[in-house]
Design a protein around this ligand. Structure first.
Ligand SMILES: [Zn+2]
Ligand SMILES: [Zn+2]
Length: 450
């Protein structure tokens, strides 16, 4: 409530706060707030030593440097992965560009259609028909030329080495499907990384922060209905994101919900980045792991849901330390060499080791029409699965597949790349009741760049 003084020369505005009984609440500013040298009350952090007051108009990021926790070096060197470049992905990526994050990897399969223009901040009518990731990379490079943008039209389950995710400071998923979230959850659990998740509705949105290491994970929130809706098979690595992204396009969403949740996602990403890289991160940057923030736009209201870890939840399988094999590459290392290394590290005979894949791995096609067998190495994926016989025009030859690889495979002396494994992949080798994660670290330079 405010009153205006009536004196002509000196109009003064007085703001009075009243309590429930109508009594004035006297705020003792000196006692409650810290002022900076300009007399501005610091409502965020008390510790003025964290705050720098220089402001350079020629410095693009000058405004961020005034933020108590912002460390330019940390943000410039930060590596972020964002699964999805739809309406919400657009918002998140746009924010990361404005913030000037050092390196952003992102993936999506879809092309831009007219309906995308209503909700995607990065796309224009002239972009219709082009791949979302390509256009996004162009526009984002224009916004933030110093950021390294890495657009990927790849399935994170099969086509991106786990070593890529292992090198990310922040993992984010903005793909609206239960399958995709379960898949992302498994990847992050395997690598022991926290991750951020968001979903949007018509008026509502939800942002969640998960760290399956010692806390609840996304799968801890799944009830029977969600498990049923998660109809596609998933694996310790990930679920088919492509299908998930398509699903998202069919759900009622608004660019407004995307903007709000995309902003919170980027802010949490910025916090997580500092959390990971600061020696003594201020307590205000603490990540709300295990919490889901739900914004209901009808009333509107914001609700914080605290989740509990479910006993026996399968989403907490941490692979432990990764053995970096610097001589191993996808193209230069055979399956036998990988199994041999695993056997050596586990101290067991090579015949006792196996690499469980967590998905159906097709290695051969049998054509009932021309009665021929042919080599075909591919995951039995939902999208773009080619089962055509190379010898005739039969497009549906019968696939033979395995779920684990051992030294007895007839293709054991082929290089891993021939089997479709991506560069910088991490394999989990089991044997003698133990297991070890081995990375094709020889691919690091090529994949991650200098
Ligand atoms: Zn869980
Ligand atoms: Zn055939």
């Amino acid at each position: 409530m405010s009153n205006e003084a009536t004196e002509e020369d000196d109009v003064e505005v007085i703001v009075i706060a009243l309590d429930d009984d109508g009594n004035e609440i006297v705020e003792d500013e000196e006692a409650h707030f810290t002022k900076d040298s300009d007399g501005v009350i610091d409502l965020t952090f008390d510790d003025l030593s964290r705050r720098r007051m220089e402001y350079d108009n020629n410095d693009r990021f000058a405004i961020y440097k005034l933020m108590a926790h912002f460390r330019e070096g940390i943000v410039r060197e930060g590596r972020v992965f964002c699964a999805g470049a739809g309406a919400l992905g657009n918002e998140v990526l746009k924010n990361l560009a404005l913030l000037g994050v050092g390196e952003v990897w992102f993936c999506d399969f879809d092309d831009i259609d007219t309906s995308n223009l209503a909700k995607s901040v990065l796309f224009r009518p002239r972009h219709i028909g082009r791949a979302k990731v390509d256009v996004a990379a162009e526009v984002l490079s224009d916004m933030s030329p110093d950021t390294k943008w890495v657009p990927l039209s790849a399935d994170i389950r099969y086509e991106i080495g786990l070593g890529v995710f292992r090198r990310m400071d922040v993992m984010m998923s903005v793909v609206d499907s239960i399958d995709a979230r379960v898949g992302f959850n498994r990847i992050c659990a395997a690598l022991g990384k926290p991750w951020l998740d968001a979903g949007i509705g018509e008026l509502s949105w939800r942002v969640s922060c998960w760290d399956s290491d010692g806390g609840p994970c996304y799968e801890c929130t799944m009830d029977k209905t969600m498990r049923q809706r998660q109809h596609l098979p998933y694996a310790p690595t990930c679920a088919p994101l492509a299908e998930a992204i398509r699903e998202m396009n069919r759900q009622p969403t608004s660019p407004l919900a995307a903007a709000m949740s995309g902003a919170m996602m980027a802010q949490e990403a910025l916090k997580l980045l500092h959390q990971n890289k600061m020696e003594e991160p201020p307590e205000q940057l603490e990540m709300p792991n295990g919490h889901q923030f739900y914004f209901g736009g009808g009333a509107p209201y914001l609700e914080v849901q605290t989740r509990r870890q479910l006993e026996g939840c399968p989403g907490h399988d941490h692979w432990g330390p990764v053995h970096e094999e610097t001589d191993f590459t996808a193209e230069g290392t055979t399956l036998r060499e990988l199994l041999q290394k695993g056997a050596e590290l586990l101290g067991v005979d090579i015949k006792k080791v196996a690499i469980p894949l967590g998905y159906d791995f097709i290695y051969e096609l049998y054509c009932h029409r021309c009665k021929t067998r042919s080599e075909r190495y591919t995951p039995r994926r939902v999208r773009n699965l080619d089962l055509s016989c190379p010898a005739c025009d039969n497009e549906e030859a019968r696939p033979e597949y395995k779920r684990a690889l051992r030294v007895f495979e007839k293709f054991v002396d082929e290089p891993l790349a021939k089997m479709g494994f991506p560069k910088l992949q991490i394999f989990q080798v089991h044997g003698g009741g133990k297991r070890i994660a081995i990375e094709l670290t020889g691919d690091e330079k090529e994949v991650m760049g200098g």
